[in-house]
Write a protein that binds this ligand. Sequence first.
Ligand code: AMP
Ligand code: GLY
Length: 424
Amino acid sequence: MKLLIIGSGGREHAIAKKCVADPQVTRVFCAPGNPGMQQDGIELVAIAETDHQLLIEFAIEHQVAWTFVGPEVPLLNGIVDDFQAAGLQIFGPSKQAAMIEGSKAFAKEIMETNQIPTAAYRSFTDSLEAKAYIAEKGAPIVIKADGLAAGKGVVVATTVEEALDAVTAMLEQNRFGDSGAKVVVEDFLAGEEFSLLAFVKEDKVYPMVIAQDHKRAYDHDLGPNTGGMGAYSPVPQISQDIVDQAIREVLHPAAQGMIDRGTPFVGILYAGLIATDEGPKVIEFNARFGDPETQVVLNRLDSSLPAIISALLANQEPDIVWNDRASIGVVLAAEGYPEAYQTGSVVPTKAPKTAQLYYAGVADDDQNGLLSANGGRVMLVEVTASDLASAQTEVYRVIDRLSLDGLFYRRDIGDKALRLSREA
Ligand code: AMP
Ligand code: GLY
């Protein structure tokens, strides 16, 4: 069986590597992928993720059994619809179903209609109305650009002034372009954050083990929001009861709600949740795997990922077994990220056997045959061990031995879990 994975980041590296591991799979193509993936037997295809027609031709020519889409942009461009129209198998949501991620206002509407717990909110296109609402509500309060903004369109404002500035930037100064032409203003939710992902095939929901991401750029959750600087799984401070409640009150009603409105969801549904005193509440939905959550979650999957997807595409029951091990992934990012960042640094390609390296923003360096940095999030170092404390010790032991000029990383991935579980 030959498979095609679309995307080029660490998430796609992890997905493709899981596919390579299945003996039924003979070739794994990644379009466009990145050169770091080649170390793991993944074949790069030089076609952009936005070029549906060329991707379709490639899939036909190489008799790809099915295609899997990593990132949100091609999904929202309708790649699933286009592949299906060409008679090809592809696992992911249609353009309309992907709107659960593509528009925060749409996601809120689904939640409201299906009584899915989320922060109270209102959406606005008019700046004065948004500001009047904020003045009435007070701080802390959260302002979100309606459309996609690569994880950067969210301002968690601790003062009213900061909130008003965010509205000015989005609605008046057009800082996020069309993505910020509408804003959602929502209540601040206090509590521990976690990511709950599931394989979804219309009404069938198969939850994964949970993970926690670290969205801020610097240690102790300081600095600007990023796409994610590291993740770990399990998340011991979130009880199984809370996870079960989220599966019941969030994932199932969301899947059903999408069916009810005629846009059934097929693919990976990602709920970003906060465990509040009143139970888990949604802060966002994504229509795809998370990055860097995938790089840790898939290391706890004992079953074959391609077998699961093949089963779901064939409307069969998948065999899904998770293990009790612990995984931590630490992102190595280019100095300056998430703002303008430095490129060209030499990227490590060797690490001890205890670690796995997942590449993202890397290019071939013609000078010396090595990899060089050409993106914000450059790579991720992952360690799986019997428990979180050992995984954390080992991941930082590995990183400390790498030479990392021009790259930075957070030193506290997993600290919160270890501290909270010590206190519990
Ligand atoms: P998002 O892009 O929606 O995941 O938001 C980025 C980050 O902002 C999240 O990971 C949370 O840490 C934080 N955030 C978003 N919405 C809220 C909220 N309603 N209350 C508290 N924090 C939030
Ligand atoms: N790690 C957050 C995301 O993938 O959206």
